[in-house]
Design a protein around this ligand. Structure first.
Ligand SMILES: NC(=O)c1ccc[n+]([C@@H]2O[C@H](COP(=O)([O-])OP(=O)(O)OC[C@H]3O[C@@H](n4cnc5c(N)ncnc54)[C@H](OP(=O)(O)O)[C@@H]3O)[C@@H](O)[C@H]2O)c1
Length: 215
């Protein structure tokens, strides 16, 4: 059943709305956290997501809640470069890259304090299963994947995302910015079951459980 409601929500309310299903509370739970336009774009006119989440109180609240909940935040090196990521407060950051040596952006992050680990494919792409195994080795099981779209596509294709937490902003982007999921990615075996829809100051916050379908 899809629960519906509206914000603003207090931190306690957020914890209740975003609680992990009881049967998975002690295991691994992978969440993907995104913001999108109505036409499915992951960036706004500034070519990053900043112009999308600017002024979205609900997106900021949920984004921070998910970071606080996570044992680790996973992000592609491309997003670190484009969005100029800083070290997170209290939550480790795992950066996925093909490069064997830490890119300059990762070195800068490490110098900025906070725990930052590079998960490198040593010249190749890293599968989501490999990333998960590396995170489990460190004892991290509550995982938030913040993208970008290229990294997210890998995790979707391997059906390793348990749920999607997406803020839909009521705007159109057009142009040639990236879609939330690259158009080259196919994942016909996934089906979504919305668990909640929240309206919050004009935005829609969707929480969708992803499962493998039979198709
Ligand atoms: N709307 C949102 O919520 C949201 C969220 C995140 C990002 N974005 C936007 O998305 C855009 C970036 O898109 P993107 O698709 O390029 O982001 P991305 O997936 O973070 O970056 C791609 C880069 O990340 C590394 N990477 C990703 N998947 C990998 C894998 N499986 N194995 C090894 N390395 C991997 C590679 O870095 P190397 O080149 O170092 O090997 C690759 O070149 C930016 O404009 C950003 O603002 C939007």
């Amino acid at each position: 059943m899809t629960r519906t409601g509206s914000g603003p929500l207090s931190p306690d309310d957020l914890a209740a709305w975003y609680a992990v299903p009881p049967d998975r509370a002690d295991g691994t739970w992978v969440r993907a956290s995104f913001i999108t336009t109505l036409d499915g774009r992951a960036t706004g006119p500034d070519d990053v997501s900043g112009s999308l989440n600017a002024g979205s109180e609900g997106d900021h609240a949920v984004f921070e809640h998910l970071r606080d909940w996570a044992d680790v935040v996973v992000v592609g090196a491309g997003t670190v470069r484009k969005e100029r990521y800083g070290a997170l407060q209290g939550t480790p950051l795992a950066v996925v890259s093909t490069r064997p040596e830490p890119p300059r952006s990762v070195l800068e992050l490490q110098a900025g304090g906070g725990e930052v680990v590079l998960i490198s494919g040593h010249g190749d792409r890293v599968s989501a299963a490999q990333v998960l195994a590396a995170l489990h080795q460190r004892g991290w099981h509550r995982i938030v994947v913040e993208g970008g779209p290229t990294l997210f596509g890998t995790w979707l294709q391997e059906c390793l995302v348990d749920e999607l937490c997406v803020t839909v902003r009521p705007v159109l982007a057009g142009g040639d910015g990236p879609f939330l999921v690259p158009t080259t990615v196919t994942f016909g075996r996934l089906v979504g079951e919305p668990t909640h829809l929240l309206t919050w100051a004009g935005d829609v916050l969707v929480r969708t459980r992803l499962r493998q379908g039979t198709a």
